[in-house]
Design a protein around this ligand. Structure first.
Ligand code: ADP
Ligand code: MG
Length: 348
Protein backbone atom coordinates (compact mmCIF):
# COMPACT_ATOMS: atom_id res chain seq x y z
CA UNK A 1 0.00 0.00 0.00
CA UNK A 2 0.94 3.67 -0.13
CA UNK A 3 3.72 5.21 -2.10
CA UNK A 4 7.31 3.98 -1.93
CA UNK A 5 9.50 6.96 -1.10
CA UNK A 6 12.52 5.48 -2.87
CA UNK A 7 10.80 5.20 -6.22
CA UNK A 8 12.26 7.08 -9.15
CA UNK A 9 10.40 10.24 -10.05
CA UNK A 10 10.71 11.64 -13.54
CA UNK A 11 8.90 14.95 -13.99
CA UNK A 12 6.26 14.88 -16.72
CA UNK A 13 7.55 18.24 -17.96
CA UNK A 14 10.84 16.52 -18.93
CA UNK A 15 9.00 14.69 -21.71
CA UNK A 16 6.46 17.18 -23.00
CA UNK A 17 2.97 16.16 -24.12
CA UNK A 18 3.95 14.35 -27.31
CA UNK A 19 6.93 12.64 -25.74
CA UNK A 20 4.64 11.45 -22.96
CA UNK A 21 2.00 10.08 -25.36
CA UNK A 22 4.69 8.27 -27.37
CA UNK A 23 6.28 6.89 -24.24
CA UNK A 24 3.01 5.60 -22.80
CA UNK A 25 1.62 4.10 -25.98
CA UNK A 26 4.71 2.70 -27.70
CA UNK A 27 4.04 -0.90 -26.61
CA UNK A 28 0.50 -1.12 -27.89
CA UNK A 29 0.03 -3.56 -30.77
CA UNK A 30 -2.97 -3.73 -33.07
CA UNK A 31 -4.55 -7.15 -33.34
CA UNK A 32 -8.15 -6.63 -34.38
CA UNK A 33 -9.09 -6.98 -38.04
CA UNK A 34 -11.53 -4.13 -37.61
CA UNK A 35 -8.74 -1.69 -36.64
CA UNK A 36 -7.58 -0.01 -39.84
CA UNK A 37 -5.66 2.85 -38.20
CA UNK A 38 -4.74 3.21 -34.53
CA UNK A 39 -2.78 5.79 -32.53
CA UNK A 40 -0.88 8.50 -34.39
CA UNK A 41 -3.26 10.23 -36.77
CA UNK A 42 -6.02 12.76 -36.14
CA UNK A 43 -8.49 9.94 -35.64
CA UNK A 44 -8.51 6.16 -35.59
CA UNK A 45 -10.21 4.29 -38.44
CA UNK A 46 -12.33 1.17 -37.90
CA UNK A 47 -14.24 -1.06 -40.28
CA UNK A 48 -16.83 -3.51 -38.96
CA UNK A 49 -18.30 -4.67 -42.28
CA UNK A 50 -21.88 -5.80 -41.62
CA UNK A 51 -21.79 -5.94 -37.81
CA UNK A 52 -23.52 -3.66 -35.35
CA UNK A 53 -21.06 -1.46 -33.47
CA UNK A 54 -21.52 -0.76 -29.75
CA UNK A 55 -19.85 2.16 -27.99
CA UNK A 56 -19.71 2.92 -24.29
CA UNK A 57 -17.73 5.31 -22.11
CA UNK A 58 -16.96 5.89 -18.44
CA UNK A 59 -15.20 8.64 -16.54
CA UNK A 60 -13.34 7.90 -13.31
CA UNK A 61 -12.39 10.76 -10.99
CA UNK A 62 -9.83 10.58 -8.18
CA UNK A 63 -11.48 11.03 -4.79
CA UNK A 64 -14.92 10.14 -6.20
CA UNK A 65 -14.43 6.75 -7.86
CA UNK A 66 -11.03 5.71 -6.54
CA UNK A 67 -8.69 6.42 -3.65
CA UNK A 68 -5.01 6.23 -4.56
CA UNK A 69 -4.01 5.58 -0.96
CA UNK A 70 -5.00 1.94 -1.38
CA UNK A 71 -5.59 1.42 -5.09
CA UNK A 72 -2.31 0.68 -6.90
CA UNK A 73 -2.16 2.59 -10.20
CA UNK A 74 -1.61 -0.59 -12.17
CA UNK A 75 -4.85 -2.04 -10.83
CA UNK A 76 -6.62 1.23 -11.49
CA UNK A 77 -5.57 1.18 -15.15
CA UNK A 78 -6.81 -2.35 -15.49
CA UNK A 79 -10.09 -1.61 -13.70
CA UNK A 80 -10.79 1.49 -15.80
CA UNK A 81 -10.70 -0.74 -18.88
CA UNK A 82 -12.59 -3.66 -17.34
CA UNK A 83 -15.59 -1.61 -16.22
CA UNK A 84 -16.06 -0.42 -19.78
CA UNK A 85 -15.63 -3.83 -21.35
CA UNK A 86 -18.27 -5.12 -18.95
CA UNK A 87 -20.75 -2.71 -20.56
CA UNK A 88 -19.85 -4.00 -24.02
CA UNK A 89 -20.36 -7.61 -22.93
CA UNK A 90 -23.73 -6.66 -21.41
CA UNK A 91 -24.86 -5.93 -24.99
CA UNK A 92 -23.90 -9.55 -25.87
CA UNK A 93 -21.11 -8.03 -27.96
CA UNK A 94 -17.36 -8.65 -28.34
CA UNK A 95 -15.09 -5.79 -27.31
CA UNK A 96 -12.51 -4.86 -29.96
CA UNK A 97 -11.04 -1.40 -29.25
CA UNK A 98 -10.64 1.16 -26.48
CA UNK A 99 -9.54 4.76 -26.25
CA UNK A 100 -7.99 6.08 -23.04
CA UNK A 101 -8.04 9.74 -22.03
CA UNK A 102 -6.26 11.07 -18.96
CA UNK A 103 -6.05 14.37 -17.14
CA UNK A 104 -3.15 14.39 -14.74
CA UNK A 105 -1.69 16.87 -12.26
CA UNK A 106 2.05 17.39 -12.10
CA UNK A 107 2.20 15.74 -8.69
CA UNK A 108 2.30 12.48 -10.66
CA UNK A 109 5.72 11.44 -11.91
CA UNK A 110 6.16 9.57 -15.17
CA UNK A 111 6.60 6.33 -13.21
CA UNK A 112 3.03 6.63 -11.89
CA UNK A 113 1.64 6.94 -15.42
CA UNK A 114 3.81 4.02 -16.52
CA UNK A 115 2.16 1.93 -13.82
CA UNK A 116 -1.30 3.10 -14.92
CA UNK A 117 -0.51 2.21 -18.53
CA UNK A 118 0.95 -1.16 -17.54
CA UNK A 119 -2.49 -1.95 -16.11
CA UNK A 120 -4.21 -0.71 -19.27
CA UNK A 121 -1.87 -2.85 -21.37
CA UNK A 122 -2.53 -5.91 -19.21
CA UNK A 123 -6.30 -5.53 -19.58
CA UNK A 124 -6.00 -4.89 -23.32
CA UNK A 125 -4.01 -8.14 -23.65
CA UNK A 126 -6.33 -10.24 -21.48
CA UNK A 127 -9.47 -9.09 -23.28
CA UNK A 128 -7.85 -8.81 -26.69
CA UNK A 129 -8.72 -5.19 -27.43
CA UNK A 130 -6.65 -2.65 -29.37
CA UNK A 131 -5.83 0.71 -27.79
CA UNK A 132 -6.53 3.04 -30.69
CA UNK A 133 -6.31 6.52 -29.24
CA UNK A 134 -7.10 8.92 -26.46
CA UNK A 135 -6.25 12.34 -25.18
CA UNK A 136 -3.77 13.64 -22.64
CA UNK A 137 -4.14 16.85 -20.70
CA UNK A 138 -3.24 18.39 -17.37
CA UNK A 139 -5.46 18.75 -14.33
CA UNK A 140 -5.22 20.89 -11.19
CA UNK A 141 -7.13 18.54 -8.96
CA UNK A 142 -5.86 15.01 -9.39
CA UNK A 143 -6.24 12.18 -11.82
CA UNK A 144 -9.14 11.63 -14.23
CA UNK A 145 -9.38 8.65 -16.55
CA UNK A 146 -11.94 8.22 -19.25
CA UNK A 147 -12.10 5.02 -21.25
CA UNK A 148 -14.29 4.47 -24.28
CA UNK A 149 -14.84 0.90 -25.41
CA UNK A 150 -16.01 -0.21 -28.83
CA UNK A 151 -17.37 -3.62 -29.69
CA UNK A 152 -19.13 -5.57 -32.37
CA UNK A 153 -22.09 -7.91 -32.48
CA UNK A 154 -24.09 -9.68 -35.17
CA UNK A 155 -27.24 -7.68 -35.77
CA UNK A 156 -29.49 -10.58 -34.71
CA UNK A 157 -27.51 -11.23 -31.50
CA UNK A 158 -27.61 -7.83 -29.82
CA UNK A 159 -29.35 -7.85 -26.43
CA UNK A 160 -30.92 -4.83 -24.74
CA UNK A 161 -32.26 -4.17 -21.27
CA UNK A 162 -35.85 -4.07 -22.50
CA UNK A 163 -36.56 -7.60 -23.77
CA UNK A 164 -37.55 -9.52 -20.61
CA UNK A 165 -40.95 -11.32 -20.85
CA UNK A 166 -43.23 -12.78 -18.17
CA UNK A 167 -42.23 -16.41 -17.34
CA UNK A 168 -38.58 -15.77 -18.29
CA UNK A 169 -35.94 -16.81 -15.77
CA UNK A 170 -33.61 -14.27 -14.16
CA UNK A 171 -29.99 -15.49 -14.20
CA UNK A 172 -26.75 -14.09 -12.77
CA UNK A 173 -23.14 -15.07 -13.39
CA UNK A 174 -20.55 -15.60 -10.64
CA UNK A 175 -21.25 -14.43 -7.11
CA UNK A 176 -22.24 -11.09 -5.59
CA UNK A 177 -21.22 -8.71 -2.82
CA UNK A 178 -17.49 -9.47 -2.93
CA UNK A 179 -16.33 -6.13 -4.31
CA UNK A 180 -18.26 -4.19 -1.68
CA UNK A 181 -16.93 -6.26 1.21
CA UNK A 182 -13.40 -5.96 -0.24
CA UNK A 183 -13.83 -2.20 -0.12
CA UNK A 184 -14.88 -2.42 3.54
CA UNK A 185 -11.66 -4.29 4.31
CA UNK A 186 -9.50 -1.77 2.42
CA UNK A 187 -11.19 1.18 4.15
CA UNK A 188 -10.68 -0.45 7.54
CA UNK A 189 -6.99 -1.13 6.85
CA UNK A 190 -6.51 2.43 5.64
CA UNK A 191 -7.72 3.70 9.04
CA UNK A 192 -5.38 1.28 10.83
CA UNK A 193 -2.49 2.48 8.67
CA UNK A 194 -3.26 6.13 9.44
CA UNK A 195 -2.89 5.39 13.16
CA UNK A 196 0.28 3.34 12.75
CA UNK A 197 2.06 3.31 9.37
CA UNK A 198 4.29 0.44 10.51
CA UNK A 199 1.29 -1.79 10.87
CA UNK A 200 1.31 -3.91 7.71
CA UNK A 201 -2.18 -5.23 7.05
CA UNK A 202 -2.77 -8.95 6.72
CA UNK A 203 -5.17 -9.17 3.80
CA UNK A 204 -4.63 -12.87 3.18
CA UNK A 205 -7.89 -14.04 4.83
CA UNK A 206 -9.73 -11.55 2.60
CA UNK A 207 -7.82 -12.18 -0.62
CA UNK A 208 -10.83 -13.10 -2.75
CA UNK A 209 -12.96 -10.09 -1.83
CA UNK A 210 -10.04 -7.62 -1.94
CA UNK A 211 -9.26 -8.88 -5.45
CA UNK A 212 -12.92 -8.50 -6.40
CA UNK A 213 -12.58 -4.82 -5.46
CA UNK A 214 -9.12 -4.10 -6.85
CA UNK A 215 -9.00 -6.49 -9.80
CA UNK A 216 -12.52 -6.95 -11.13
CA UNK A 217 -13.04 -9.10 -14.20
CA UNK A 218 -15.47 -8.51 -17.04
CA UNK A 219 -17.45 -11.59 -18.06
CA UNK A 220 -16.30 -12.00 -21.63
CA UNK A 221 -16.34 -15.74 -20.90
CA UNK A 222 -20.06 -15.66 -20.13
CA UNK A 223 -20.91 -14.03 -23.48
CA UNK A 224 -18.86 -16.76 -25.16
CA UNK A 225 -20.48 -19.45 -23.02
CA UNK A 226 -23.99 -18.30 -23.92
CA UNK A 227 -23.04 -18.32 -27.57
CA UNK A 228 -21.63 -21.86 -27.26
CA UNK A 229 -24.80 -23.00 -25.48
CA UNK A 230 -26.88 -21.29 -28.16
CA UNK A 231 -28.71 -19.21 -25.60
CA UNK A 232 -29.61 -15.66 -26.55
CA UNK A 233 -30.74 -13.78 -23.44
CA UNK A 234 -33.99 -11.86 -23.78
CA UNK A 235 -32.47 -8.95 -21.82
CA UNK A 236 -29.13 -8.25 -20.17
CA UNK A 237 -27.29 -5.70 -17.98
CA UNK A 238 -24.01 -5.73 -16.08
CA UNK A 239 -23.98 -5.36 -12.31
CA UNK A 240 -22.15 -2.16 -11.53
CA UNK A 241 -24.47 -0.58 -8.94
CA UNK A 242 -25.89 -3.62 -7.16
CA UNK A 243 -28.33 -6.39 -7.98
CA UNK A 244 -31.36 -4.47 -6.78
CA UNK A 245 -30.82 -1.44 -8.95
CA UNK A 246 -30.00 -3.56 -12.03
CA UNK A 247 -33.14 -5.71 -11.61
CA UNK A 248 -35.19 -2.52 -11.44
CA UNK A 249 -33.57 -1.27 -14.66
CA UNK A 250 -34.32 -4.53 -16.51
CA UNK A 251 -37.89 -4.76 -15.23
CA UNK A 252 -38.81 -1.11 -15.76
CA UNK A 253 -37.38 -1.02 -19.27
CA UNK A 254 -39.01 -4.34 -20.16
CA UNK A 255 -42.35 -3.43 -18.55
CA UNK A 256 -42.42 -6.55 -16.35
CA UNK A 257 -42.43 -7.57 -12.69
CA UNK A 258 -40.12 -10.03 -10.96
CA UNK A 259 -39.70 -12.34 -7.97
CA UNK A 260 -36.10 -12.52 -6.76
CA UNK A 261 -35.41 -15.44 -4.41
CA UNK A 262 -33.16 -14.53 -1.49
CA UNK A 263 -32.04 -18.13 -0.95
CA UNK A 264 -30.78 -18.36 -4.55
CA UNK A 265 -28.47 -15.31 -4.50
CA UNK A 266 -24.92 -16.67 -5.03
CA UNK A 267 -22.48 -15.63 -2.28
CA UNK A 268 -18.86 -16.64 -1.80
CA UNK A 269 -18.08 -18.09 1.68
CA UNK A 270 -15.61 -15.22 2.23
CA UNK A 271 -18.42 -12.70 1.63
CA UNK A 272 -20.60 -14.51 4.16
CA UNK A 273 -17.88 -14.68 6.83
CA UNK A 274 -16.80 -11.05 6.32
CA UNK A 275 -20.43 -9.91 6.53
CA UNK A 276 -20.66 -11.73 9.86
CA UNK A 277 -17.47 -10.05 11.05
CA UNK A 278 -18.84 -6.60 10.12
CA UNK A 279 -22.30 -7.50 11.32
CA UNK A 280 -23.88 -6.64 7.96
CA UNK A 281 -26.61 -8.66 6.28
CA UNK A 282 -25.16 -10.47 3.25
CA UNK A 283 -28.36 -10.14 1.22
CA UNK A 284 -28.24 -6.36 1.69
CA UNK A 285 -24.64 -6.39 0.49
CA UNK A 286 -25.49 -8.43 -2.62
CA UNK A 287 -28.50 -6.21 -3.38
CA UNK A 288 -26.83 -2.85 -2.88
CA UNK A 289 -23.07 -3.35 -2.88
CA UNK A 290 -22.19 -2.91 -6.53
CA UNK A 291 -18.98 -3.16 -8.56
CA UNK A 292 -19.22 -6.92 -9.00
CA UNK A 293 -19.32 -6.61 -12.82
CA UNK A 294 -21.22 -9.85 -13.19
CA UNK A 295 -23.84 -10.21 -15.92
CA UNK A 296 -27.54 -10.27 -15.06
CA UNK A 297 -29.86 -11.52 -17.77
CA UNK A 298 -33.17 -13.15 -18.52
CA UNK A 299 -33.72 -16.26 -20.62
CA UNK A 300 -36.76 -17.96 -21.99
CA UNK A 301 -37.75 -21.06 -19.95
CA UNK A 302 -37.13 -23.34 -22.91
CA UNK A 303 -33.41 -22.47 -22.65
CA UNK A 304 -33.23 -23.57 -18.99
CA UNK A 305 -31.92 -27.11 -19.71
CA UNK A 306 -28.97 -25.59 -21.59
CA UNK A 307 -27.75 -23.49 -18.63
CA UNK A 308 -28.89 -25.44 -15.58
CA UNK A 309 -25.72 -27.52 -15.05
CA UNK A 310 -23.37 -24.59 -15.43
CA UNK A 311 -21.47 -23.61 -12.26
CA UNK A 312 -20.95 -20.01 -13.50
CA UNK A 313 -24.68 -19.36 -13.84
CA UNK A 314 -27.41 -19.23 -11.18
CA UNK A 315 -31.14 -18.81 -11.68
CA UNK A 316 -32.17 -16.29 -9.01
CA UNK A 317 -35.60 -15.17 -10.06
CA UNK A 318 -38.70 -15.38 -12.16
CA UNK A 319 -40.11 -12.67 -14.42
CA UNK A 320 -43.80 -11.85 -13.89
CA UNK A 321 -46.42 -9.52 -15.29
CA UNK A 322 -45.83 -5.87 -14.51
CA UNK A 323 -48.86 -5.76 -12.20
CA UNK A 324 -47.28 -8.38 -9.91
CA UNK A 325 -44.56 -5.86 -8.97
CA UNK A 326 -40.88 -6.37 -8.25
CA UNK A 327 -40.19 -8.31 -5.05
CA UNK A 328 -37.57 -10.04 -2.98
CA UNK A 329 -38.95 -13.37 -1.72
CA UNK A 330 -37.12 -13.84 1.58
CA UNK A 331 -35.94 -17.11 3.15
CA UNK A 332 -38.98 -16.82 5.42
CA UNK A 333 -41.16 -16.71 2.25
CA UNK A 334 -42.29 -13.15 2.83
CA UNK A 335 -42.32 -10.67 -0.05
CA UNK A 336 -40.56 -7.33 0.20
CA UNK A 337 -40.75 -4.73 -2.54
CA UNK A 338 -37.33 -4.23 -4.16
CA UNK A 339 -35.98 -0.71 -3.97
CA UNK A 340 -32.79 0.66 -5.49
CA UNK A 341 -31.16 1.59 -2.24
CA UNK A 342 -27.57 2.04 -3.29
CA UNK A 343 -25.37 3.39 -0.56
CA UNK A 344 -23.08 5.10 -2.96
CA UNK A 345 -23.14 8.72 -3.97
CA UNK A 346 -25.16 10.08 -6.86
CA UNK A 347 -22.05 10.54 -9.00
CA UNK A 348 -21.74 6.84 -9.59
P1 ADP B 1 -4.80 15.75 -31.35
O1 ADP B 1 -4.00 16.99 -31.19
O2 ADP B 1 -5.28 15.49 -32.74
O3 ADP B 1 -5.85 15.60 -30.29
P2 ADP B 1 -2.96 14.26 -29.81
O4 ADP B 1 -1.60 14.84 -29.94
O5 ADP B 1 -3.77 14.56 -28.61
O6 ADP B 1 -3.76 14.58 -31.14
O7 ADP B 1 -2.84 12.69 -29.95
C1 ADP B 1 -1.96 12.08 -30.86
C2 ADP B 1 -2.33 10.62 -30.98
O8 ADP B 1 -2.14 9.98 -29.73
C3 ADP B 1 -3.80 10.39 -31.33
O9 ADP B 1 -3.85 9.22 -32.14
C4 ADP B 1 -4.45 10.15 -30.00
O10 ADP B 1 -5.61 9.36 -30.15
C5 ADP B 1 -3.34 9.42 -29.25
N1 ADP B 1 -3.37 9.67 -27.80
C6 ADP B 1 -3.30 10.84 -27.15
N2 ADP B 1 -3.32 10.70 -25.81
C7 ADP B 1 -3.44 9.36 -25.59
C8 ADP B 1 -3.53 8.56 -24.41
N3 ADP B 1 -3.54 9.07 -23.18
N4 ADP B 1 -3.63 7.22 -24.56
C9 ADP B 1 -3.66 6.67 -25.80
N5 ADP B 1 -3.57 7.36 -26.93
C10 ADP B 1 -3.47 8.71 -26.86
MG1 MG C 1 -5.53 15.45 -28.25
Amino acid sequence: MIEDKNQERTQLSDLGEFGLIDHLTKNFELKQKSTIKGIGDDAAVLNFKNKSVVVTTDLLVEGVHFDLSYVPLKHLGCKAVVVNLSDVYAMNATASQITVSIAVSNRFPLEALEALYAGIETAAKIYNVDVIGGDTTSSNTGLLISVTAIGEVDVDQQVYRDGAKPNDLLVVSGDLGGAYMGLQILEREKEVYKVNPNNQPDLEPYSYIVERQLKPEARKDVVQLLQDLEVKPTSMIDISDGLSSEILHLCKQSGVGCDLFENKIPLDPQVISTCEEFNIDSTTVALNGGEDYELLFTISQEDYPKIKANPSLTVIGYIREKEAGIHLVTRAETKIELKAQGWRNFND
